[in-house]
Design a protein around this ligand. Sequence first.
Ligand code: 13P
Length: 283
Amino acid sequence: MVLVSNKELMDKAYEEGYAVGAFNINNMEILQAIVSAAVEENSPVILAASTGAIKYAGMDYLVSMARVAAQSVDIPISLHLDHGPDFEWAMRCIRGGFTSVMIDGSKYPYDQNVALTRRVVESAHACGVPVEAELGRLVGVEDEISVTEREAFFTDPEEARNFVEETGCDSLAVSIGNAHGIYKGEPKLDFERLEEIHGVVEVPLVLHGASGIPDHDITRATKHGISKINIDTELRLAFRDAVRKVVCETDVYDPRKFVGPARDAMREVVRHKIRIFGSKDRA
Ligand code: 13P
């Protein structure tokens, strides 16, 4: 198949009450791990690339690998810009062949976030590309702040409703207690807030920072409008642990002998996530 857009994948997931996994890619083995897991589970999947990944691997390499992957299999795959920082990056990715973009204006005051998101939406839609936006800040797990201070960054339901109406974005990433990276202690999602947002916002919702969130909370979130779930850290940890095991326990120096097991380990992480997201057999 050719690369499809996030909108096709997410609108179906939203209607049917499951989520599509967005897994971060940086190189060929990570991409292969994700795609082979999705094929085994007969699931749609989103390949997410940050600007850091694009700088690391190169735009043409990443897009070409994603296209080859999509053309080699019978499941729907999209290529999505993760946390696009500005208008220029969003346009660069659309020109480069991405089929979906995120514009992350969450670091700006509300009005500035609206203006930036609307500008990206107008141009992306003219190219047939859907846009994910973010409202509310994801505070890093490493930030030493109190629970009350953290909650001040959570997405406000009424503001979210207005934001979606004013910007025309296709999906919205929310802040409800989720954070990027490795959680200190058990993460606590604010489900009351999520239900409120789901009740007033008309588009599919996105959960970032999902590594480390317990399986039952993930599945519960998919019943309240979360239609895309982002995983990066758990793939990195699986990669690191598998490489470390071979490198520390043997004296092999053929990269295939440690990157190969890393690919296998990441594939198992993705398979498990697909099952708890509910996207197995939804291809
Ligand atoms: P984790 O690294 O916490 O899995 O989050 C990934 C993510 O949200 C990418 O946008």
